[in-house]
Write a protein that binds this ligand. Structure first.
Ligand SMILES: [Zn+2]
Length: 221
């Protein structure tokens, strides 16, 4: 594929919607917390579809998803026509507007995409067990199923204020050789080749935290 097509953008948005619903139903996010994005990358042309700020991931519809470039700026839908002339993007008549405000963590997503050319999906949750560990002095052990992650414990970074460029910088550097990152006193970032893979990993991290909570508890009885 050498152009970003109408169909591929639609498919990307629908994947963000599907995984948003999935992580909500699996109780990995609640209220208006959490954010999810996916990317299409053709040469140096990035289209990132990201969940909006201040909306529940359970109640999103097609036009709520915000399209941003690699710097986190909303993509001007009208410019799609111009870009089409360069054969980069074909205008999508189903995308009515793109005026929504992206997630407050949009820079965390775009910084990670800049550092990880190999991934196209990011899921950020405050899933309760894993986030509980992030507030404690206990580390989460890496368990079978984490694939290429080879450390004994999941990687962590110290607390940085949510929504800041500091969090974007630190998390994007730390996740350059990992697919999961624990944000101390905050939550979890999972990345994958696809949004679905990142969502599955987010669920697996939470499952891992539950198992470790149970055996830590039983061992102390
Ligand atoms: Zn967060």
């Amino acid at each position: 594929m050498d152009i970003v097509t109408e169909k591929s953008i639609e498919k990307l948005i629908n994947s963000v919607l599907d995984v948003s619903k999935y992580v909500f139903e699996r109780k990995l996010v609640s209220g208006k917390a959490g954010n999810i994005s996916g990317r299409i990358k053709v040469d140096n042309n990035n289209v990132i579809a990201i969940t909006p700020t201040l909306m529940s991931l359970n109640r999103l519809s097609f036009n709520d998803i915000v399209l941003v470039d690699i710097n986190g700026n909303n993509i001007d839908i009208d410019s799609f026509n111009n870009i089409k002339k360069d054969n980069k993007i074909i205008k999508n008549n189903n995308i009515k507007n793109n005026n929504g405000k992206p997630s407050s963590e949009v820079l965390m997503h775009t910084y990670i995409y800049k550092n990880r050319k190999d991934i196209n999906g990011i899921v950020h949750t405050h899933s309760p067990y894993a986030t509980g560990f992030s507030f404690s002095n206990k580390k989460l052990k890496r368990m079978e199923g984490f694939g290429k992650i080879e450390r004994e414990f999941l990687k962590e970074i110290p607390y940085k204020k949510p929504g800041t460029i500091e969090l974007a910088k630190h998390s994007s550097i730390a996740i350059s050789d990992e697919d999961v990152l624990i944000l101390k006193e905050h939550g979890v970032i999972s990345v994958g080749k696809t949004i679905e893979e990142a969502g599955d990993l987010a669920e697996f991290v939470e499952e891992t935290a539950k198992i470790q909570f149970v055996y830590n508890t039983l061992n102390n009885i």
